[in-house]
Design a protein around this ligand. Structure first.
Ligand code: SF4
Length: 227
């Protein structure tokens, strides 16, 4: 581990660097095991439910629990048929499983009452569902429906700020800034690519800058220790 308090030259990532940066991200992706929801699921309902289960929960646990739940209930009507206590037992040990069980049943009811059991394909209607924030809504829109959106989770927020591509304090502000700065062809792939990058290279606490191929383009903003 290297103490890295100062940089002699500050380089903020520029839009013109993006094609090369995304090429590197794409090439490196194949080296790693991809357990993300976006790589496993394409059906909007499964993405919606999977993303809610995944909040504050490891990918490996989410995957196991989601598969277990879908082996019992595959549709809104089947989820609604499960009593809340029983549903909480089924989705344990995901984080906040009691609250999530309540939200899942309410979502199932809304989908049946307002949308004929289908998942809506736009952000505004998705954001009205209980427990659904911008990250979940954007993942459903982009991966489930292939429509324009940017799913900003903790990895995307951290990494694009370290790059110096944006200068924001919250994932919501990062999404807003990326919608202005990022060419639309990168909107859908950025989430999956940066989740994998964040799990393997640009780690949350001590990023692996010494082996990072993006380092020549990166401001390394806020990085105090690296390996
Ligand atoms: S690992 Fe370091 S150099 Fe690479 S993207 Fe993250 S902060 Fe930048």
């Amino acid at each position: 581990m290297i103490d890295y308090p100062l940089q002699s030259i500050i380089i903020a990532m520029d839009k013109k660097d993006l094609p090369q940066v995304f090429r590197i991200l794409q090439e490196m992706k194949s080296q790693w095991q991809d357990e993300t929801l976006a790589s496993r699921e394409k059906d909007p309902f499964r993405i919606l439910i999977g993303c809610i289960l995944s909040l504050r929960t490891k990918d490996s646990i989410t995957k196991k629990v989601a598969n277990h739940l879908f082996s019992i209930a595959k549709t809104p009507a089947e989820i609604l048929a499960i009593p809340q206590e029983k549903l909480a037992e089924i989705i344990y040990p995901v984080g906040f499983y009691r609250q999530k069980a309540k939200n899942l049943r309410e979502i199932a009811q809304i989908l049946l009452e307002r949308y004929q059991g289908k998942v809506p394909d736009n952000l505004e209607q998705l954001l009205e569902l209980p427990g659904v924030g911008r990250k979940t809504a954007n993942l459903v829109v982009t991966v489930g429906f292939g429509k324009a959106g940017i799913c900003v989770d903790t990895h995307v927020h951290r990494i694009v700020n370290r790059w110096g591509l944006v200068n924001t304090k919250t994932p919501e502000k990062t999404e807003e800034a990326l919608r202005k700065e990022l060419p639309q062809k990168y909107w859908i792939p950025i989430n999956n690519l940066l989740v994998l990058w964040g799990q393997n290279i640009c780690l949350p606490r001590v990023p692996r800058c010494s082996i990072c191929q993006i380092q020549p383009f990166c401001e390394q903003k806020g990085v105090e220790k690296l390996q």
